[in-house]
Design a protein around this ligand. Sequence first.
Ligand SMILES: [Zn+2]
Length: 334
Amino acid sequence: MPVLSHLHQLFDAEQCQTYIHTLRWKDRPLQCPRCQSHHIGQWGMYQYRPGCKRYWCHSCKRTFNDLTDTLLHRSQRSLAYWILATFLLCLACSSRRIARELGIHIRTSYRWCWWLRNAALSYEMERQVEGTVEADDLYHTAGNKGQAKQGGKKALGRRARGRRKKREPGRGHYDKDRPAIIAWVSRQGAVVIQATKDFTVKTVQKAADIAVRTGSRLYTDSASSYRALRGYYHEYVNHTQKEYARGEVHENRAECLFSILKPYLRVFRGLSKTNLPGYVGFFQFLRNFRQLNAFEQAELILQAALDPAIAGRAKKGEFVKCFDHFNLLQTAIN
Ligand SMILES: [Zn+2]
């Protein structure tokens, strides 16, 4: 039998609390999360949460602590759980895996992952690529996994279809459970990835308007939707004629990005159309901060999660809505 089953049992509660305290107030003035007043005094400590400081707001005459109104507020679990969960999320673990490694219920870890992913997306809201940009498209099977209305397990009444293996090569469509994913990769470093319903001229134009700064240089393959794009200096290679690079003109970075995205999405063992934009957006976050190691990325997410303004919106899933190009592009076109 193992001596210890969960890594976070080795974490020191007080040290975690000090770390979170630093992250919470590092770039922000000590401020009441309820009335935004700066007129704050100390108000002792908690016995059951070693190291957690309590403050008194002189304006609204109420107390608050380091966690008030953040994503971690009112959590039954200690900070060690949260820190490890965020770290595992950045290592591309599924919520099931995180539940197992932390020793928490799957629904808890699913909710945490959803919140933390939303917090991460707050860094990607204004992302736009420029300079020399490569683009490519991919079609990924995504159905209605876990979207049963009443929640919980739903008996399928049949064997799993294994559709991913049966797919013919070629284009897909949202209504056929095979939405498109378009990647815009700047040679200067940044990437933007969008999951879209289809790959028509209109959709791709709208997607490009959002993702790529006008006037950028664009290299793609010979798909007609790219050729119809307006507002960019566009050149393409013709894959059907076995032309994959012509001097500067190629889209190998975009293809390479997909070779990393595919195994990332495989971890989830099938995904739903509802969650696909969130997963793709989170992958974009990981990719754009790829110079950092997984814990530094986790620290960024925790710092966002500790901001009351971001935490409130993250819980409601507002950030992921800005990545839901299924709906966004459709509304933009109509
Ligand atoms: Zn106050």
